[in-house]
Design a protein around this ligand. Structure first.
Ligand code: URP
Ligand code: ZN
Ligand code: ZN
Length: 484
């Protein structure tokens, strides 16, 4: 009998710490050996001329999430995880969203039911806390963190989701007590509502006004406030989907002061600008997301954040709504005002090619940094390392074979999600995944789906060291408990 199940031969293996020509041997879904002349395997996959990368981990995706009445997200778990696999991802982290008035256990039951038997790649839910009631804070969250749901997202905007500062402090306290990591959507909702009403009164109701209703200062102020509240409690925090220099500098300043403040940016902030919200009729709706895309100077700032390590992770914020659909971007109310256009754009399949092409190929980031930003740091930040996010003996065999020279013109026709457009239509990228393997099983090979629906598992996670408090209090009084 062969010693290994699979041997990936003659590839160039890239991890966060180096790039080496070596073979990868796989047994029982895990990486069993690395090196040369490893021995026989039942199956050999040739990787000459290809990069062998840890599978992409996208720690910020929205799948089958409940939206406003009459609005339906384009992707269910089947189509989103299929698209993720074609894009070189082996794990995605969607949100399980609590609805106000309901409990988190109830929400988890519903989201697990939607995902059950549907996924091509592994998944792990973050919890969105929209209603931090006493029972949620005191009972549900501590029990759920113990069950492996070790990250929460909170929102400072959106009517149905936003928390006030007091509520944010309560959630941050629970995070400190339980060892969970809090992700923050930082935009000042009162300012947005004020601006939205004024814009509407001035007749500015088209999608382009979305950017005017959420200017940089709105994001920068909320970023500063979220960091300050986290500092007050002495708890780490992740600021997600950062779009501009001022917000990034808030994060960098906090990091400079030694605080455990992390940042995330996304492809839309590297490639799109607010001009993409213009266009004929409602075309701009295709690019409505929050925070909105900014300008070229903001794009340059986001690149700096990626290059300099201010951002720990690069995620897609995949949040797809069909365009030609009255339950999507063309909901009739969206024609009355931009405020009713659903926020979010697709991107789970194009995240890796965009960063590789614009980042590695153009010499902005190294291959090692690419691996960190798209895989390793997601696993480390959210309590899955070293099981996920690296090519090392003992880790899950989540592997992508990457053709660094393949040129692809991104278009709707080459993608596999259930949306009817891509914000990156017509853009050429160099570098494309040619094989995606999850726990030793090939899911996509040469543009063909090989995996079985339902093979993807939901993963409970450890508490991440990234979430451990610093132990630095702002006064001698400790307002929130510490993990014992
Ligand atoms: O516009 C966006 N980003 N929609 C997704 C929801 C969120 O805030 O992440
Ligand atoms: Zn958000
Ligand atoms: Zn999001």
């Amino acid at each position: 009998m062969a010693k290994f199940d699979t041997l990936i031969k003659n590839g160039t293996v890239a991890s966060e710490s180096g790039v080496v020509r070596q073979d990868v041997a796989i047994k029982d879904g895990r990486i069993a050996a690395l090196g040369e002349n490893l021995g026989e395997a039942a199956e050999t996959i040739g990787a000459t001329g290809l990069l062998v990368l840890p599978g992409g981990i996208d720690s910020h995706v929205h799948i089958a999430q409940a939206s406003a009445p009459g609005i339906v997200m384009a992707d269910d778990f089947e189509s989103a995880t299929r698209s993720a696999a074609f894009g070189g991802n082996t794990l995605v982290m969607p949100f399980c969203m609590q609805e106000k008035g309901k409990g988190l256990r109830q929400a988890l039951k519903e989201y697990h039911a939607k995902a059950a038997g549907q996924c091509y790649v592994d998944t792990s839910f973050h919890l969105v806390i929209s209603d931090p009631s006493e029972s949620v804070l005191g009972q549900e969250l501590p029990a759920l963190v113990a069950d492996g749901y070790t990250s929460f997202k909170i929102f400072m905007t959106y009517e149905a989701l936003k928390l006030n500062d007091r509520e944010i402090l309560e959630v941050l306290s629970v995070a400190r007590e339980t060892g969970a990591l809090v992700m923050v959507h930082a935009e000042n909702d009162d300012a947005i509502r004020f601006l939205t009403e004024r814009l509407e009164r001035a007749g500015k109701t088209k999608p382009a006004a979305h950017a005017l209703s959420r200017p940089i200062v709105v994001e920068r102020e909320a970023t500063h406030r979220a960091i300050s509240l986290a500092e007050l409690i002495d708890v780490p925090v992740m600021i997600v989907h950062v779009s501009n220099r001022q917000s990034m500098e808030e994060i960098a300043r906090a990091q400079g002061r030694g605080l455990k403040v992390y940042g995330e940016t996304c492809p839309q902030y590297l490639l799109l600008t607010e001009q993409d919200l213009e266009g004929q009729d409602m075309e701009g709706a295709k690019h409505v997301c929050s925070p909105p895309p900014r300008d070229e100077a903001s794009q340059a700032a986001c690149w700096e954040g990626l290059e300099q390590g201010i951002f720990a992770v690069f995620s897609s914020d995949h949040c797809p709504f069909r365009y030609e659909d009255t339950a999507g971007k063309l909901h009739p109310r969206g024609r009355q005002s931009f405020r009713f256009v659903p926020n979010g754009i697709p991107g789970v399949e194009t995240r890796l090619p965009i960063l590789f092409s614009e980042g590695v190929k153009k010499g902005r980031i190294s291959l090692e940094r690419f691996v960190e930003l798209t895989s390793t740091n997601h696993a480390k930040t959210y309590g899955l390392y070293p099981r996920k996010g690296t090519i090392a003996v003992g880790s899950d065999a989540d592997i992508v074979l990457w053709d660094a020279e393949r040129r692809v013109t991104i278009s709707r026709a080459v993608l596999h999600d259930a949306c009817d457009y891509t914000p990156y239509e017509g853009r050429e990228v160099t570098g494309w995944p040619v094989l995606t393997m999850v726990r030793g099983r090939v899911v996509v090979r040469d543009g063909k789906l090989m995996g079985a629906k339902g093979f993807g598992q939901h993963l409970p996670r450890e508490r991440s060291p990234f979430a451990a408090p610093l132990g630095r209090l702002v006064t001698e009084f400790e307002p929130a408990g510490r993990l014992g």
